[in-house]
Design a protein around this ligand. Structure first.
Ligand code: C2O
Length: 549
């Protein structure tokens, strides 16, 4: 195993898309940002130097961060932000993970431009449990805004309405030929006939789950969130913000007389506004015989994608995801549960501030909550407050196990009172507790799929369903044999999902909806996992360069 050094200079860069030039926050002037490439077992030292006027932190999405919570990155949860002119070295080891993950800014909406892939190869001489690919290609979905996303979100939070939607989706930073001024800004994947390509797919979009398909080609899903799955073939994949997936693309045996579009557009179940446009890339076969101008003339084939609200497809797709559960890659699913939790996730409202005209429902502000607690970001980092024993005034360790009042969560008559409670409350877990968490979507202000992301852990998705969760009957159908293991899961619209995990990682761990608008509205909370008794079950001490608030 190696120690790998990276330097991330946070700097402004002029970038033009859709004929709009914006000065955006980048890492090393790159958009999307540079890849981190490592092997399972490697240690990473990534020095982040902040040269812009915004505060920033970087999160290594999906990295377990065993005992190294100081390097996890969410602002005011595990660290204070890196201020202008300051530096911080993220120091962590990749343990028991291989596949594709990603990194992104974890401060306000800066992740709209500050993101990139994390590529983790298996340990030396350990093969993939599938055919060795000819080539590996990252495919990162993002969103492009013609105006500054920091201004968009702060205006939305003040006036209480929904923020503006993006102006385009992107593949590797490029909107593709269906958008204005973008025919040159189209991602091209050049392939050879009869080969296998490994696409490392990342959804870095701010606010949309996406369907993705390539015309006349089948994809084989082999991994999600850096965990191998039982391979299955599909024309279309569904990927939520925060999720990653490795898929194999087998090219046609002979040179085909066509070019093929790859396309992504949203799976959008909410009633709010969303960008319903389509991003495209090109799959082109390289032929030594065809001249450049005759390649240009080849017909262009389009894939067909599911409808925007195709929850039937979404359900079928997620039911196909199964972990390998093999002797080499066992599924360590908690069979007995020490701690049961039932969390409602959904929208709600906050009163309008004096002297404001609010654009949310009935003159209120939009909010979102878990068990009706809308998380208030503290002004100092939770992990530091916990470690130094100074939690008073920072957080309360009394997050509710279940909703304070029960109602027909997914019924057509939601409660009259849609107001949320604003507070900084966290849930404490003893070391190594086995946890079952059921997350129930509510129909308050409409049902919607919420991709919930848990920092510091992978979890097993043991069950899901529609309507209200039934604690007496639904557990009978839980899959404890080969459930998919991941770090971000979609709570079905008007439904529920059940996950299990062992709380084997001491520290403070953020959990939130990975739709950035819902995070901003308060759909987030934190778990505090206490130290275990043995020396190797304790959170490591903070590094000396940890930023101060
Ligand atoms: Cu990908 Cu808390 O984030």
């Amino acid at each position: 195993c190696l120690t790998r050094h990276y330097e991330f200079n946070i700097q402004m860069k002029n970038v033009t898309r859709l004929c709009h030039t914006r000065s955006i926050v980048t890492v090393n002037g790159k958009f999307p940002g540079p890849p981190i490439v490592a092997r399972e077992g490697d240690r990473l030292l990534i020095k982040v130097n902040n040269h812009v006027s915004n505060n920033i932190t970087i999160h290594w999405h999906g990295i377990r961060q065993l005992r190294s919570g100081w390097a996890d990155g969410p602002a005011y949860i595990t660290q204070c932000p890196i201020q202008t002119g300051q530096s911080y070295v993220y120091n962590f080891t990749i343990t028991g993970q291989r596949g594709t993950l990603w990194w992104h800014a974890h401060f306000s909406w800066l992740r709209s431009t500050v993101y990139g892939p994390i590529i983790i190869h298996p340990t030396q001489n350990v093969p993939y449990p599938f055919e060795k690919p000819h080539k590996e290609v990252p495919i990162i979905f993002g969103e492009w805004f013609n105006t500054d996303t920091e201004a968009i979100i702060s205006q939305a939070l003040q006036t209480g309405g929904g923020p503006n939607v993006s102006d385009a989706y992107t593949i590797n930073g490029l909107p593709g030929l269906l958008y204005n001024c973008s025919s040159k800004d189209t991602f091209k994947l050049k392939v050879k006939p009869g080969k296998t390509y490994l696409l490392r797919i990342i959804n870095a979009a701010l606010n949309d789950e996406l369907f993705f398909s390539i015309a006349n080609h089948t994809l084989t899903t082999v991994d999600v969130d850096a965990i191998y799955v039982k391979p299955f073939q599909t024309n279309t994949i569904l990927i939520a913000p925060g999720q990653t997936s490795n898929v194999l693309l087998k090219t046609k045996p002979n040179f085909p007389k066509a070019k093929f579009l790859m396309m992504a557009r949203p799976y959008a179940t909410g009633s709010g506004t969303f960008d319903n446009s389509t991003v495209t890339g090109l799959l082109e076969y390289e032929s030594p015989k065809l001249l450049h101008h005759s390649v240009k003339k080849l017909p262009l084939l389009k894939p067909s994608l599911p409808a925007l609200n195709d929850t039937t497809f979404a359900t079928k797709f997620s039911n196909k995801l199964r972990s390998l559960a093999s002797p080499q890659f066992p599924a360590n699913v908690p069979k007995k549960v020490d701690k049961h939790f039932f969390f409602t996730v959904g929208l709600g409202t906050n009163p309008c501030d004096k002297n404001q005209t609010c654009q949310g429902p009935n003159g209120t502000k939009f909010a979102a909550s878990i068990n009706n607690v809308s998380f208030v970001q503290p002004t100092t980092a939770l992990l530091q407050a916990h470690f130094s024993g100074q939690s008073t005034g920072v957080y309360k360790a009394n997050f509710p196990f279940s909703p304070s009042h029960w109602f027909n969560f997914t019924g057509t008559t939601p409660p009259n009172n849609t107001m949320v409670n604003n507070d900084t409350r966290i849930m404490v877990l003893p070391f190594n507790a086995s946890v079952e968490l059921v997350m129930q979507d509510t129909s308050i202000l409409g049902t919607e799929s919420h991709p919930l992301h848990l920092h510091g852990f992978n979890f097993f998705v043991v069950g899901q369903g529609f309507g209200n969760y039934d604690p007496n009957n639904d557990p009978k159908n839980f899959n404890l044999v080969d459930p998919v293991e991941r770090n971000t899961v979609g709570v079905p619209p008007g439904g529920w999902v059940a996950i299990r995990f062992f709380a084997d990682n001491p520290g403070v761990w953020f959990m939130h909806c990975h739709l950035e608008v819902h995070t901003s509205w308060g759909l987030k909370m934190a778990w505090l996992v206490l130290d275990g008794k043995l020396p190797n079950q304790k959170l490591l001490p903070p590094p000396s360069d940890l930023p101060k608030c």
